[in-house]
Write a protein that binds this ligand. Sequence first.
Ligand SMILES: [Zn+2]
Length: 540
Amino acid sequence: MSVADSTETDWVSRFADEVISEAERRAPGKPIVCASGLSPSGPIHLGNLREVMTPHLVADEIRRRGHECVHLLSWDDYDRFRRVPAGVDPAWAEHIGKPLTSVPAPPGSAHDSWAAHFKAPMEAALTELGVEYRSISQTEQYTSGAYREQILTAMRERDRIDAVLARYRTKETVQESAAYYPYKPYCELCERDLTTVTAYDDDSTELAYTCACGFGETVRLAEHDRGKLVWKVDWPMRWAYEGVVFEPSGVDHHSPGSAWIVGGQLVGEVYGGEQPIGPMYAFVGITGMAKMSSSKGDVPTPADALEIMEAPVLRWLYARRKPSQSFKIAFDQEIQRLYDEWDALGRKVADGSCQPSELAAYNRAVRTAERSLPETPWPVAYRTLASIVDVTTGDPDQTLRILGDLDAITSLEDARPRLDRAQRWIDTQVAADQRTRVREEPDAELLGSLGDDERDSLRLLVEGLDEHWSLDGLTTLVYGVPKVRAGLAADAKPTPEVKTAQRAFFALLYKLLVGRDTGPRLPTLLLAVGADRVRKLVGV
Ligand SMILES: [Zn+2]
């Protein structure tokens, strides 16, 4: 069953409509093909997750409607190794120009190649996100000869391809009389692509090349499986070969002369195929990722995001925004607000008050056509969990005590996996000087300097602790103490004077409890500190 009652409900439904009808026109009765492409040339940036999530959501909707649909994830692992990133032994420079699958993994890796090293964490993240896909290694495709006919076609049609490319060449890049070949061999001797094709014969398919290393040979292209089509030909070749009906791409692919534009012409003129439906997706930014958290370089990856937020929440970010809308993924304090929004949506879903588009995005986030994603049985607010693990420094007994006071939680498992994400966020994203340290001993100097008013306020607080020992109760208590001191009822509307008194009272409590002017929300902090320790620290 599809997510939405109406196919007009959200962007995913509208694309699914379009793709299903286009697939029926192009290849009736065949499985529908959606595609993504990723390069394992380095850590896969979290922003590139949109390349996968956009077709995933559309393919998932198509499957929910009962159609057969495959999501191909093409790994461009036969691309050349371009440069040695900072932090890797400069000796890796000798591998520049080799296919990514022929370059050794970075030092210390358990994987057998550069490509495998960077694929693995992305594949693990996609599994955690519930993304169903069929992985294709371009190394396997090219070296097995899968594209042999397509390569021979491209070589036969090289003048036509050259003419299409020429429409977009600027004067400066026009090469005088150099023969154009859309195929680049990897050198038999040095494995690098520093090769130049010097001659090609269509009838015999004999291809001669020389390499910058000094090597040269003549091969029969009809038998040669060590080279690849240039990118602008490779992409449309694969659209035709796989029968891709939907493949989005980033804004950088859509300028004049770019691979998408040129490919759209080549796929028909050379391969007799059609360009996929291909929305251009906007940039996804990251806010506030702390340097310390990325163990895999300075690049935030989907795995990093999944350490601090649950899979449904990350899915939701992509489901609720059209591909053309850019958005940011928060690693800073904003993540707490994001989670507030997510919980508010969950409540609206539960009581049936949300809009159809909101409901569609929610359903796409929490389950796929195949399975439900893990949910936290007892979803305590993320900001509350963050405060608790901050104050308790993750001590499980203390954490369970506070959660039990807060809510009827009897096992930490009830609060997981959200609890673990909040813990990870505090540990990796909140700077040491922003962490909360509850005082071990009372601040005798400050306590000794207090006037009668302040002492009375603290006494009122302490007297009310047991009766108000819940998040709501303590909220009423801390706001109520200054009102009662001013002769008002605890539930009276505060006057401007009372508001000033509340601010002063809160600042005093923060100073006495954590030695700073601010901290986590006071009711959460009080629960986290525990009634006995509160009594000790406020000196009453
Ligand atoms: Zn060579």
